[in-house]
Design a protein around this ligand. Sequence first.
Ligand code: AMP
Length: 348
Amino acid sequence: MKVGVLGGGQLGRMLALAGHRLGIRCRFLEPAERPPAAAVGEVVRAAYDDPAGLDALADGVDVVTYEFENVPVGAVQALAPLVPVRPGPAALELAQDRLAEKDGLRALGIDTADYRAVGSEAELNRALAELGAPVVLKARRMGYDGKGQAIIHSGADIAEAWSGLGGGPGIAEAFVPFDRELSLVAVRGVGGDLAFYPLVENHHDQGILRTTIAPAPNISAGLTERARAYVRAILESLDYVGVIALELFQVGDDLFANEVAPRVHNSGHWTQDGAVTCQFENHLRAVTGLPLGSTEPRGSGTVMTNLIGSVPELPDLLADPAARVHLYAKTPRPGRKVGHVNVAEQPR
Ligand code: AMP
């Protein structure tokens, strides 16, 4: 079986690695030179909206998926007559625009931070007055890992925050005084079958995920049920196929959805060493119409730590015999994710 993947970063690389064991081959469409996926699959080097590149990606593959949600929706629409694309363009549209995302979540009855669309400095002033400080200003499009974001504590911060957005458009969100950040990774198959990984606890620094604790400690049955209901509603409304992640804020017994990732997700990397079937294999199983694998944890817990900005020496990384090291073959740069380490407790 052959799978075309839009994007050739580390997520594509790990999809291909998981696919190899099942005899599933991945081909990537990626504009960058020497992307992380190049070592593990064929790369078509072209812009995401290059018609010849899209044709070359689709040629002879059974299905196309993506590992990066900012591919132009038009590219996915151009592929659709040639080959099944899973998840479909509706999921991309939802996830590419933070305003459409929040509107879509609210329409499904999912709690989010209160928010306002802002298209000018005057609207940002009004949003701050209506929502109350502090407010988180985010670019509507192309924001990730906390990029294009600013926290506004008072009117004095507005001019700088607005100019940082580069002219907008933006979304202003009430700051959620969360107890902790959680996420739920789930997978839905072609026939609508669903499987959920456990809720995990995420720690960010400067908007970048540093650590995931899986499963999240001290999760009530009610919280799990609420998070699953949120994700089920999103998956079913989009007739979604593949892995999805929902990032959440926990405040007491309440859960507020922050962001949807229509792809395999950094907070699911622990599954490579801590779950019966990892998120990458389950995504490939889902999009190719194979039966889903068990999402059960294999041990009592796994901690995933991202390697950011530099790669420690391999002997140092491997000094802990329990460490499972995953490197992405990326040139280190400040703030860049270059690998991760999973430390799983032994199965009981
Ligand atoms: P995002 O790009 O939306 O995932 O935001 C990156 C990080 O900024 C989140 O993981 C939170 O730590 C923080 N953040 C984003 N939105 C809010 C909010 N409305 N209230 C509090 N913290 C937020």
